[in-house]
Structures are given as C-alpha cells and as structure tokens.
Design a protein around this ligand. Structure first.
Ligand SMILES: Cc1ncc(COP(=O)(O)O)c(C=O)c1O
Length: 366
C-alpha cells in the first residue's frame, strides 16, 4: 500500500544485468558494489538477492553499511572502500570485514590495535582520491617499498590490492591505459620480490565493458548492474529502478492563474493540472521545475511550475486521469539518463537521491 511514491526494484533486471557483465568476464570474480544503499536500491535486499544467486563479494562505503549487511545475514566477503578510524577497527574484525588500507601510516595505526584485520591495499594511479601514490613510473620504488612495509605488518592480513580508474567512462583511453600500466608494473615488481598480493582488481562498470583486456582477478560493478552503463554499448542493460507517484489533486485552471511557488508557470487558456505526490525531499530534484515530464498510460505530462518539497504539478489537459492514479517519474518508459543529461549530472546521483525513509520500496522477482 502506498499513498505517495512507490519505488519498484526489479530484481529480474538486476540479475539480467549482473549475468550480462559476468558473461564478459566469465573467468573473473565479480564484486557487486552495494555502497550508498546499493545506489539507492536497498543494500540489504540487493545483497541478499545476489548472494542467493552466488555472488560472494560486496563493497560498501563504510563500517555502518558493512555492519548493516552482516546483521542482515550476509555471509560473503565485504570490502569497505572508505576509511574506518583506528578506534573503530575492532568492529571490522568482529564482523569479519575487509578494510581498505591507503597508506603505511594508516596500516601501522591499525596494526597497533593488536587485532588481525583483513585488508585490501589501494593504489592511487591517477584518481588522486586516496591510495599509495603511483602516478608515474618514477614513483615505482617508493610505492613498492610502502606496499611491502604494509605486507610485513604482522596484524594486517592482506587479501588484495586495487586501483580505481578516473576516466574509463570518457574518451581518454591514454589515461586509463596509463593507470592500468602503472598498477600492473607495481604488482609485478612486488610479486617479483616473492610477495603474494591476493586479489588484484581495477575494473569498474565502464572498464568492464570497454577495456575487456585491462583487468585482473576480479571486476567491480556498480552502475551497469543497476541498468545504466556509463558508456555507449550495444549490450542491453535494463533499468532496475522505476519510480511511480500518485495523483493527489486535480484542478481546472484558467488564463491568468499561476502555478506553484513563485508563479513561474502562467496559464494562458484553460488547463487541467494534476498535483503529483513527489518532490525534492523524495529525491526528485527541484531542478526539473518547468523542465521535465512524467508518463501516464503512454502520455507525456509536462511538469509545470516549481517542484515543491513533496508535490509536483503536471499538465493533464484532455486526459482521463483520476485522483489515486499512478504516474511514472522514471523507469521503463522514461529514461533516467535523459534526466541526468538535462541536469548535467550522472545517473548515480539521481538514483542515490531517492530517499529511503519517505518512499515505499517494492521488490519484484518472478
Ligand atoms: C572503488 C570503486 N570501485 C568500483 C566502483 C563502481 O563504479 P561503477 O558504479 O562505475 O561501476 C566505485 C564507485 O564509484 C568505486 O568507488
């Protein structure tokens, strides 16, 4: 039952996308990135579903998200991408999680806690976000020395090493190839010294598709699994999330009437206007004031006036529509990509905006 907004998460589509990605790299392990509440789709539900299908590796932003998954019964490996403060590291061990380590200094602080901690080491090959600095070939010996120092810490149980591409979704192949080569030369140099590095991984959604031969033991997928590959591809991904909102009021307006805050939309003849129960507090951006459409039974309904906190008005003139009917905000019939382009943002931002607390989530799987 829902009064306002229903978010339908289609797990058939999630599985379709996951298997499509897996088919590109059938011999690799797949890490499902379920950070930020599985990009707004519900971390626990998505992880449970994928685990039941055989996925055995998940990544989250922080300790809180990781604990949420463990407490919900997820048994697989869980990597924390972000940083856990040394004083909280006990929980990483207690919940059998894997901590990303971005420097010897950090690893040393963790080591001092006298707990065995599973780790993956992150290498900064160009993203400049965090990780051991290895942007150029001349950084090789210092990067190698730092990784080896970490490997020698007795409480750090290293299980992997990774880097993150900054431009895999852009026309900058040189940069991605450069990052790949930096990473490869570093791992080879360390392995040549006799050290074992565990799982090596660099690929995100864009590079899984575009740089098929630029991969190691595991691929990490987020956005493509949710239906939105960040690059052009012939592969057919299906949107996992669709958002519907109810009509809560209808009114006939006449020339001279204005709609919503600031009266930015002026009626110049007779129009029928519907109030739809979704607004910016639900995750539908105010940016779309006078600048988007919703879909009802194949008809496009133009958004008129400013988007309010929990309501948006659309023009339904000439349509047979009633209070309680549902309109599609985005999903199968209305592309989220076109909304993202219009807003000069990425689908990631719009998906993660959908506010869990205020909306009813429904999971379908047949
Ligand atoms: C380290 C890391 N790996 C993988 C991903 C997944 O990226 P994508 O959603 O583009 O597949 C992310 C997401 O930003 C990330 O931060």
């Amino acid at each position: 039952m829902f009064d306002r907004v229903k978010v339908v998460v289609n797990l058939n589509h999630l599985w379709h996308n996951y298997t499509l990605l897996k088919s590109i790299h059938h011999d690799k392990r797949v890490m499902a990135v379920v950070k930020a509440d599985a990009y707004g789709h519900g971390g626990v539900q998505v992880a449970h579903f994928l685990e039941s299908k055989g996925c055995d590796f998940f990544a989250v932003t922080d300790l809180l998200e990781a604990i949420e998954l463990r407490e919900a019964g997820i048994k697989s490996d869980i990597l924390i991408f972000g940083k856990t403060l040394p004083e909280n590291i006990k929980k990483v061990s207690e919940y059998d999680l894997i901590q990303t380590v971005d420097s010897y200094d950090y690893a040393y602080q963790l080591n001092q806690q006298n707990l065995k901690i599973k780790i993956h080491i992150i290498i900064d090959t160009g993203m400049s976000r965090f990780g051991i600095y290895h942007h150029r070939q001349e950084d090789l010996s210092s990067a190698k020395a730092e990784v080896i120092q970490i490997l020698n810490l007795k409480n750090m149980i290293n299980q992997g090493i990774y880097s993150h591409f900054a431009c895999a979704d852009e026309d900058n192949e040189n940069f991605t190839n450069g990052q790949f080569n930096q990473f490869k030369s570093l791992v080879e140099a360390i392995e040549n010294e006799g050290y074992s590095l565990g799982l090596k991984h660099v690929s995100n959604s864009a590079s899984i598709i575009k740089y098929k031969d630029r991969t190691f033991d595991m691929v990490r997928t987020g956005i493509a699994m949710y239906g939105y590959p960040p690059i052009k591809t012939k592969l057919k991904f299906l949107p996992v999330m669709s958002v519907f909102a109810r009509v809560i009021a209808l009114r006939n307006l006449q020339a001279g009437d204005g709609v919503s805050y600031g009266q930015t939309y002026q009626i110049n003849d007779h129009r029928r206007i519907a109030s739809i129960a979704i607004g910016y507090a639900d995750g539908y951006p105010r940016f779309f004031s006078n600048n988007d459409i919703f879909i009802f039974k194949g008809h496009s309904l133009p958004v008129v006036g400013r988007v309010c906190m929990g309501v948006t008005m659309v023009d339904v003139t000439g349509l047979s529509i009633n209070i309680g009917d549902q309109v599609e905000v985005f999903g199968i019939h209305k592309s989220l990509e076109s909304m993202a382009v219009k807003m000069d943002t990425i689908t990631y931002e719009l998906l993660t905006n959908m506010s869990k607390k205020r909306l009813l989530f429904e999971y379908i799987y047949e």
